[in-house]
Design a protein around this ligand. Structure first.
Ligand code: GSH
Length: 213
């Protein structure tokens, strides 16, 4: 039994998708971000970073969304959401998951929390437009990878695709959003018919209509 501390459409979405895809037993525990519960003393005991998500696996708390995803994939290899050791796709899995988390997600975080990245609020509009360019650059690299590939690693779905779906959803408000890139748009339209993405989006009240061309 797992416990996922989550908030709808937050960084908990990728782990939630994996738990659902693998049909694992889990409790979803809402961290009320509006009430800043992620900064409460009890939550900080689980996750000293005060961020969402946290997964409790066999009584052990784990934070950082990609680490949670890797742990779930490795604990349940029969679901093949991570290539096996020795497969040439395995380093590509780590490459893309890290790129998604360390580049695209990091740029999105600055866009969503711009006030944490400047001492002068008058610069926030400039920060946002610079971020939109940086996000579009990352989306363009991902779009190239999807040219001729059904999924990020090729023919088969992996945890990287669920992670990318989460970040693509967050990127929708920007001008050069994922649906303006040919291969990404085809891919996201395909992903929006994935049974796990449909079910979890319904649970988290995520609108899939922007992904339908
Ligand atoms: N690198 C972390 C980022 C987690 C993160 O920043 N989560 C956001 C929600 S998407 C959050 O908790 N924000 C509330 C806050 O920063 O106070 C991860 O991937 O788990």
């Amino acid at each position: 039994m797992y416990q996922l501390y989550y908030y709808p459409n937050n960084a908990s979405l990728a782990p939630h998708l994996l738990l659902h895809h693998m049909k694992l037993p889990y409790d979803l525990l809402l961290v009320d971000k509006k009430e800043k519960v992620q900064k409460s003393a009890d939550y900080l005991k689980l996750n000293p970073a005060g961020r969402i998500p946290t997964l409790v696996a066999n009584g052990q708390a784990i934070f950082e969304s990609p680490a949670i995803c890797i742990h779930l994939c490795e604990s349940h290899p029969e679901h093949k959401l991570i290539p096996e050791i020795g497969s040439p796709l395995r380093p590509l899995f780590f490459q893309w998951l890290t790129y998604l988390n360390n580049t695209l997600q990091a740029e999105l975080m600055v866009r969503y929390y711009p006030h944490r990245h400047t001492n002068d609020v008058s610069t926030i509009p400039n920060l946002l437009s610079a971020q939109d360019e940086r996000i579009a650059e990352a989306l363009s690299i991902i779009n190239d990878q999807l040219d001729g590939n059904e999924y990020l690693l090729g023919a088969n779905i992996s945890a990287c695709d669920y992670f990318l779906f989460m970040l693509a959803e967050w990127s929708l408000p920007i001008e050069k959003n994922p649906m303006t890139f040919t291969h990404l748009a085809d891919y996201l339209q395909r992903l929006s018919t994935n049974p796990t993405i449909k079910a979890v989006s319904e649970l988290e009240d995520i609108d899939l209509s922007p992904f339908i061309k």
